[in-house]
Ligand binder design. Structure first.
Ligand code: CUO
Length: 689
């Protein structure tokens, strides 16, 4: 990796500290020419003997005041929220400014000048946004957001413990201090909801959510292919997975947050700090009610609960009528059966999320989903009477920690499902693929068929990259759910005379509901979690297809740490770079499976083969950011599947198939190209090797 590109990495270190503070354990130093406000550089504090690499940042006159626009409107040290329209505007201006830079060196120098003048999260957001999109930076990779902002992932108590250890330690000692976190996380098990804290507070799912919103931003003129539909689908899948996990623990499926005048039963106390100054994220008591938003510290219009209710009712009207009315008064039809232009679900997603630039009618449909996040995030201090900071629902890297996130997104998903249920069922012709037959399919782990294992594992992150512990290295060991890897095996026959390319679609769902009954099609329909989607070429006759769980189309490889990136000298175009060939988006591999139960829990795998000739999207070959494709698409390319996301479970079933009625998912498996199979997931409750 070219030196300037590599040095961009260090702009992500210590976001709350002056840029003149040495980075990378004292090895990297930004020297700002003619900057009287910067303290002198302390190059000796880690002792002598460390070679220091200095990047000189030339003075650019009044570049900052001219170009930053509203980017300076978000105060330093305060939360930044992409759900707040004025913050999005600030982000847009900073991203535009960074995008104007000519190359890595130019960006490095401009960004180093901007550092410390804009809100820290905004800075990291804009720098990440630009690095993902600038063609000349396509070989650079982003460090894990966990190391950039440890305070958003690790409880204050643990970070304070590390600081105390640093204070007490011999100053000449250089071995890293290691603190543990998990698996009980932010609450005790006194409340049933806390039993899922290990899932909601998992570092990987929160990092994924941050990255997803970074690659599918709103109001940024980043009009990516099928953005509205993917907003629906990716969040629908997160709810499906959350519901699966709830069933594992004997909890009922999540209830949508639908009555915004009633108290929210479960509070949330994040115990996170905004930075090492000690400012804390807002918390919400049990039984807090959403209030009208009347704060004046965001330059945002006051928004009432009534506004949300009006927007919801307009969106429901459009859904049931089958059209929206644009700002010119023209009808925009909503249907997923389109041969060109946007699917209805895509239009609805853009209006409901909402993206004010591409919503069919932003003033009329409003900013429903975003402002829901905002009203909830400020329900503990809606008028700034207590001068309290935002709660975790306001930040994409922390929102999934709070139980209310799932209740809000269950409401959002129900609104989309209301639309999906208006669509006609798929026909037999659309579901079927003649000439191929799945004879058998299942999973194998360690030579054992159809029993998968989950358990605990740990992962080390370097907290001292994001927070300064007097120059000492501090590691945190995070406990997380994990599973033993496994393979899918499919025995498929191709009765045709030639090679047949097919898309293999794999889904997982619990077999029984919370009352231990087998589920009918509609009850199970939105519980199906996509596990993988891949293409295979079937030769005539019998084929044995094997696919590793590690190659899943929804996951990425593990988060890349600063250390991983510093030590990589691999050409990103080479096959050896595969682990680096992604941009941080994708469901974490360690969360691919639900936990299951110690005694084993019954799940069903559903396989379907569809015709790749019909599914294929013609576009230039690209492998950039190619992981997590089902949830994240491909950078600078179209979403690589022509079918509706979630096919075939995105619609209600036809009344009958092959002459018999359809009551359960197993009835789809009567088709030769589909197969349903029972497996068991066993939670070992111990550390996996
Ligand atoms: Cu991702 Cu509401 O959109 O959290």
């Amino acid at each position: 990796m070219e030196k300037n590109q590599k040095n961009l990495l260090y702009l992500f270190e210590l976001p709350y500290d002056p840029i003149s503070l040495p980075r990378s354990g004292g090895k990297i130093h930004f020297d700002l020419e003619n900057d009287a406000s910067r303290p002198p550089v302390v190059t000796t504090r880690l002792g002598s003997g460390i070679p220091v690499e200095t990047t000189l940042v030339p003075d650019r006159g009044d570049i900052l005041s001219q170009k930053l626009g509203t980017a300076t409107s978000v105060p330093l040290g305060s939360p930044f929220s992409f759900f707040i329209k004025t913050h999005r505007q600030a982000a847009k201006e900073l991203c535009d400014f960074f995008m104007e830079t000519k190359n890595a060196e130019d960006l490095l120098q401009v960004a180093a000048r901007v550092h410390g003048h804009v809100n820290e999260t905004l800075f990291v957001y804009a720098l990440s946004f630009v690095m993902l999109r600038k063609k000349e930076l396509q070989n650079s990779r982003l460090p894990s957001i966990i190391e950039v902002f440890p305070g958003k992932f690790i409880l204050q108590e643990q970070l304070m413990k590390a600081q105390l250890e640093v204070n007490r330690a011999d100053p000449n000692e250089t071995t890293p201090i290691v603190v543990e976190h998990g698996p009980e996380f932010s609450g005790t098990h006194l409340k049933p909801e806390h039993r899922l804290a290990y899932w909601r507070e998992d570092y990987g799912i929160n990092a994924h959510h941050w990255h997803w919103h970074l690659v599918y931003p709103i109001d940024m003129n980043a009009n990516r292919d099928r953005k509205g539909e993917l907003f629906y689908y990716m969040h629908q899948q997160m709810i499906a997975r959350y519901d699966m996990e709830r069933l594992c623990l004997g909890l009922p499926r999540v209830q949508k947050l639908e009555n915004w005048r009633a108290p929210i039963k479960d509070g949330y106390f994040p115990k996170l700090t905004l930075n090492n100054s000690g400012r804390v994220w807002g918390s919400r008591q049990d039984d807090t009610t959403m209030q009208d938003f009347q704060r004046n510290d965001f330059n945002l219009d006051f928004t009432d609960v009534t506004d949300l209710e009006i927007w919801r009712s307009r969106i429901f009207d459009a859904t049931h009528q089958g059209f929206m009315i644009d700002r010119q008064g023209e009808r925009v039809m909503l249907s997923d059966d389109v041969t060109s232009g946007k699917r209805g679900i895509d239009i609805l997603g853009d209006a409901l999320e909402a993206d004010s630039n591409i919503s069919v009618n932003f003033p009329y449909c409003g900013d429903l989903h975003n402002m829901g996040h905002v009203l909830i995030a400020f329900s503990h201090d809606p008028d700034f009477a207590h001068k309290e900071d935002m709660a975790v629902m306001g930040d994409t890297s922390t929102a999934m920690r709070d139980p209310v996130f799932y209740r809000w997104h269950k409401f959002v998903d129900d609104t989309f499902q209301e639309y999906k249920l208006m669509q006609r069922p798929y026909t037999e012709e659309e579901l079927n693929l003649s000439g191929v037959k799945i004879e058998r399919a299942g999973v194998v782990r360690n030579n054992e068929a159809n029993i998968l294992h989950t358990g605990w594992n740990t992962r080390l992150f370097e907290a001292s990259r994001g927070l300064d512990f007097n120059g000492r290295s501090v590691m945190v060991r995070l406990t997380h759910l994990d599973h033993e890897p496994f393979n899918y095996h499919l025995q498929v026959s191709n009765s045709g005379k030639g090679i047949k390319d097919v898309t293999v679609r794999v889904f997982l769902a619990p077999k029984f509901n919370a009352r231990s009954q087998e589920m009918n099609f509609m009850e199970q329909r939105i519980l199906w979690a996509e596990m993988d989607k891949f293409t295979v070429s079937l030769k005539p006759g019998s084929n044995h297809v094997v696919r590793s769980s590690k190659d899943s189309s929804i996951t990425n490889t593990e988060e890349l740490t600063f250390r991983d990136l510093e030590n990589s000298n691999i050409d990103p175009a080479s096959p050896a770079a595969t682990p680096f060939n992604f941009c941080g988006c994708g469901w974490p591999q360690h969360m691919l499976l639900p936990r299951g139960r110690p005694e084993g829990m019954a799940f069903q795998l559903f396989f379907m083969l569809t015709d790749y000739a019909q599914d294929k999207v013609v576009q230039e070959a690209t492998r950039r950011c190619a992981n997590g494709v089902s949830f994240c698409g491909i950078q600078d390319a179209k979403y690589p599947d022509t079918r509706a996301m979630g096919f075939p479970f995105d619609r209600r079933p036809p009344v009958s198939l092959l002459g018999q009625s359809v009551n359960t998912a197993a009835d789809y498996a009567r088709l030769d190209n589909a197969y349903i199979h029972d497996i068991s997931i066993k939670f070992l409750a111990e550390k996996l090797n």
